[in-house]
Design a protein around this ligand. Structure first.
Ligand code: AVJ
Ligand code: FE
Length: 436
């Protein structure tokens, strides 16, 4: 049991570091230290921040050892310096950052070998090691966003995702009303905001079988969606006017067709692919135009986890098995979402597809604590973000690894954000008589 947990932790840390290495070795030192967008850190900041978090939690806190480089802590403290100003900090140079991160990792692997994975919440089931592997993978998704924002020829390549297609699928499915279990108290590496498991009563609703596609989103554009204030929340209407927004980020009109830039390549917008790079406001406006609404976070999770036969909540839409490549488009194996309708083996019991992977899905919900929430192990992971400023995203994207993606996993961001790998699906209340 303990050996199995140790193996899992080792594999998760090793996979994260391989991903970090790919993202930071495919561009030169100048590009590692450059700021590709004021929304993002220089890639070399993420690299050393990954090492610094690992040092703080696994070397100092779990192993109880002395700080290796206490003078750099403040440089890599995300709360001390906004991303736009990070290029002005005395950052470790790329070669130094690599040496630092790998020195920490070498020590941490010894710590992992020697630490009993029981006896306290930080080490039980290898939690702190899993938390740090998730942290690195979250920054790997952040670095992938930086790659998408950078200009110049492609630095990353990946094979195309498999395509099953949405033909023959119903547009929406009914999720029956009633209680279900939301969140978790048993998932060993679940983060504080996913806890504890609790009952939620969700009235019957219908939800899209697949995420909203680029083709469907184009219909909203062509119908004048961006010029009709009826569809827009006031702050969203302000945003699109202040910034001249009339399409998803990275799209541009070229004569009669839409093109988009994706990791250094310009290509026609694929009609059947889930739409990406829309703000919460754009998703909300589209849904209103379509006569629908965004799902709440509880609705999303019920659609993803509720098994109407047993009444219990699954770990994932397909069951309790960890994600495999047949289930979901995760882990940067592909550098785009798969066409809507793909991954039939990842379908939920109610027939909803692509809930996990492909695109993060905006929900209508603010990021709030569950009843019984307790910050762990630090307030700055979740607690300081609770409130009405951030909206919840669910399900993970092609850019995030399975270790940081679960049926219960909660992500959040400001409703104006468009650079993240976010799309959405829509929902509606069941009409009287529709709820079986
Ligand atoms: C959960 C993705 C919003 O990137 O800001 C990384 C994850 N927290 N380092 C973020 C995180 C601390 C976080 N998100
Ligand atoms: Fe971080």
């Amino acid at each position: 049991m303990t050996e199995e947990l140790r193996r899992r932790a080792l594999d998760a840390l090793t996979a994260a570091r391989a991903r970090t290495a790919t993202l930071t070795s495919c561009v030169d030192d100048h590009e590692l230290t450059a700021q590709h967008s004021p929304l993002m850190s220089p890639l070399v900041w993420d690299l050393a921040h990954i090492g610094n978090q690992e040092e703080q939690w696994l070397w100092r806190t779990v192993a109880g050892r002395e700080a290796l480089r206490p003078e750099i802590d403040s440089v890599y403290d995300a709360f001390e310096h906004p991303r736009a100003l990070r290029p002005t900090l005395p950052l470790l140079a790329p070669a130094e950052a690599r040496v630092y991160a790998s020195d920490v990792r070498g020590r941490v692997l010894d710590v992992l070998d020697r630490t009993p994975l029981e006896g306290g919440p930080l080490v039980d089931a290898g939690f702190a090691f899993g938390m740090i592997a998730q942290h690195e993978q979250q920054h790997d998704e952040t670095m992938l966003i930086t790659h998408q924002l950078r200009t110049g020829p492609a630095a990353l390549t990946a094979p195309e995702p498999p395509a099953a297609g949405a033909r023959g699928l119903p547009a929406e499915v009914l999720v029956p009303g009633g209680p279900f279990t939301m969140g978790t108290s048993t998932e060993p590496w679940a983060l504080d905001n996913e806890r504890p498991a609790h009952q939620r009563v969700v009235p019957p609703f219908l939800i899209d079988t697949v995420p909203v596609t680029c083709g469907a989103y184009q219909a909203f554009i062509e119908d004048g969606g961006y010029t009709d204030s009826r569809w827009w929340a006031a702050e969203g209407w302000d945003q699109i006017h202040r910034h001249d927004i009339d399409a998803p980020l990275f799209w541009r009109r070229d004569g009669g067709q839409w093109l988009r830039r994706r990791f250094g390549v310009t290509e026609p917008v694929p009609a059947d692919e889930p739409v990406l790079h829309v703000s919460w406001y754009e998703a909300d406006a589209y849904a209103r135009w379509a006569g629908r609404r965004l799902p709440t976070e509880a609705e999303w999770e019920k659609a993803a986890r509720h098994d109407p036969e047993s009444g219990r909540s699954r770990r994932f839409p397909w069951g309790d098995e960890d994600p495999a490549p047949k289930h979901a488009n995760l882990g940067q194996r592909h550098l785009r979402p798969a066409p809507a309708g793909s991954y039939p083996e990842g379908e939920s019991p109610l027939g909803v597809r692509q809930l996990i992977g492909d695109v993060w899905e905006w929900t209508s919900s603010d990021f709030l604590p569950y009843p019984g929430f307790a910050a762990f192990p630090y307030r700055e992971y979740s607690e300081v973000f609770f409130g009405s400023a951030h909206k919840v995203l669910r399900g993970g994207s092609f850019g995030v690894d399975a270790v940081a993606c679960r049926g219960t996993f909660r992500n959040w961001d400001l409703p104006v954000r468009r650079q993240i790998f976010a799309g959405f699906r829509t929902a509606r209340d069941a009409a009287p008589g529709e709820a079986s």
